[in-house]
Design a binder for this molecule. Structure first.
Ligand code: PHE
Length: 459
């Protein structure tokens, strides 16, 4: 690795945990989780999602971080360093492409968040108390083509500016104070939602599995959600791990990130579902769900307008720390492997991604041929969300487990995780992680995919 140019590094273990949690916590928790859970029938989806977080997400998190830290490279370079001359770097390449394509629809939804932030400043959200009024606002906000593209573009520009600034100065600072505030605010909102009339029905919906809802489409969507939410399956955690020093405790860092992320997703479910039942909205409303349901809670709170401003501000920042990690994966590839400088990479890739984001931005009503039902029964944004966010991440994670479990090998993986001698976990625990990586993860993902292909139940 003598040719590696000097790389940035996190200022310490806490800085890393915050940055990685910043990547993981984002629209995946607050926008994607509730709407996927609503479409997947509630409690059963949540149960399968939690199982996947524990059995697949957490081990893959350790594996990605250890590969990143050992090689100090981007996803492609990491495989090149560990298995030179093989096909494995191609897997890293697919990860980089996946990051690019996820960013292209994620930035659109991040743009909606920004739009809601602006609307909350003008006081527009303060008096929306019915589901109908809220749906109308959502439709007018995202159905306006110029506005949808402009908001996406603003978000992309800010992401590019942060990534251009480099890892520790740009990314780390932002999360340090804001994540705890977001957490407290979510607690307050959950408290409000649960005490609304009919709120308890939402709780039951979220936690009581209805096994008659079981289908492979639900299993797939829960698997995709677990990986998406933890930023796994495309190399973001390889990239973030690559900026980690050898002293950091990976078990602790990876475990805390996964724990925080899952907690935030459940918390956001505790806000959305009670509120949804109390205003009589449909759990299956799709990508607009959160944006439609939230304003109705704000209007039922004292100082609701201020709470709305604060909430959308924090959500915008949470989204930003995730878009930054998506762009960072692609940028680090071009910087390390192609010798581009950070500025050129960030600007070029950001511009390309914005171009690809435009069809998604127009797919929520502005352009009927790209909107609901237009493409195989889907809108362009949801289609991309499924292809890249569920399928590509799942296949990526499966192949990555096969790599770590069978090619690189569990002994080397454990050595890399426990590089500082005092960082061991009890032997049975590390054996268990090994078994999950070698057998459980690849088999579970493969079985799901095969079943879906055979039965044709794609989405
Ligand atoms: N985990 C992020 C979120 O929940 C999204 C993301 C996915 C970021 C994949 C990086 C990689 O919002």
């Amino acid at each position: 690795m003598a040719s590696t140019p000097p790389r940035g590094q996190w200022s310490g273990q806490l800085g890393f945990i915050l940055a990685a949690a910043g990547s993981a916590i984002g629209l995946g928790n607050i926008w994607r989780f509730p709407y996927s859970a609503g479409e997947g029938g509630g409690g059963l989806f949540v149960l399968i999602y939690l199982l996947f977080v524990l059995l697949i997400g957490v081990p893959v998190m350790f594996a990605e971080l250890s590969v990143g830290r050992t090689t100090h490279r981007n996803p492609v370079g990491a495989f090149k360093a560990l298995v030179p001359g093989s096909w494995w770097p191609l897997l890293g390449g697919v990860g980089v492409l996946t990051g690019f394509c996820i960013l292209a629809f994620y930035s659109v939804v991040a743009g909606w968040t920004l739009g809601y932030l602006f609307s909350s400043f003008t006081g527009m959200l303060g008096n929306i108390s019915t589901n109908e009024a809220s749906s109308a606002l959502f439709t007018s906000l995202i159905g306006n083509p110029g506005q949808a593209i402009l908001l996406t573009a603003i978000f992309m520009v800010v992401t590019v500016v942060v990534v251009r600034g480099g890892v520790s100065s740009g990314i780390e600072r932002m999360t340090t104070i804001l994540m705890p505030i977001l957490f407290v605010l979510l607690l307050v909102l959950a408290g409000r939602a649960l005490t609304l009339d009919g709120g308890i029905d939402g709780l039951v919906y979220l936690f009581k599995p209805d096994f008659s809802e079981l289908s492979m489409a639900v299993v797939m969507s829960a698997l995709g959600q677990a990986l998406f939410s933890l930023s796994l399956g495309m190399g973001a955690m390889i990239t973030y791990g690559s900026y980690l020093s050898d002293e950091a405790n990976l078990w602790k860092a990876g475990g805390s990130v996964a724990g925080f992320d899952t907690l935030i997703a459940i918390l956001s479910g505790l806000i959305i579902f009670p509120a949804l039942f109390s205003v009589g909205a449909e759990p299956t409303a799709g990508p607009g769900l959160v944006f439609v349901v939230l304003p109705t809670i704000f209007s039922s709170m004292p100082l609701g307008n201020i709470v709305a401003i604060l909430f959308f501000m924090l959500l915008t920042i949470a989204a930003l720390t995730s878009t930054v990690s998506l762009l960072e994966v692609v940028v680090s590839y071009f910087v390390d492997e192609k010798g581009w400088n950070r500025t050129r990479s960030a600007v070029t890739i950001g511009a390309g991604c914005l171009a690809l984001a435009i069809p998604s931005a127009l797919s929520q009503g502005a352009l009927p041929s790209l909107s609901s039902g237009g493409i195989f029964g889907w809108d362009f944004l949801t289609l991309n969300n499924n292809i890249w966010g569920n399928y590509s991440l799942s296949i990526g994670a499966m192949l990555f487990c096969i790599f770590v479990g069978w090619k690189w090998g569990i002994p080397k993986f454990l050595e890399a995780v426990e590089s500082a001698g005092d960082r061991r976990i009890p032997l049975p625990a590390s054996r268990f992680v090994g078994i999950l990586l070698r057998f459980v993860c690849p088999i579970a993902v493969l079985a799901t995919l095969v079943y879906i292909v055979v039965t044709g139940s794609y989405f």
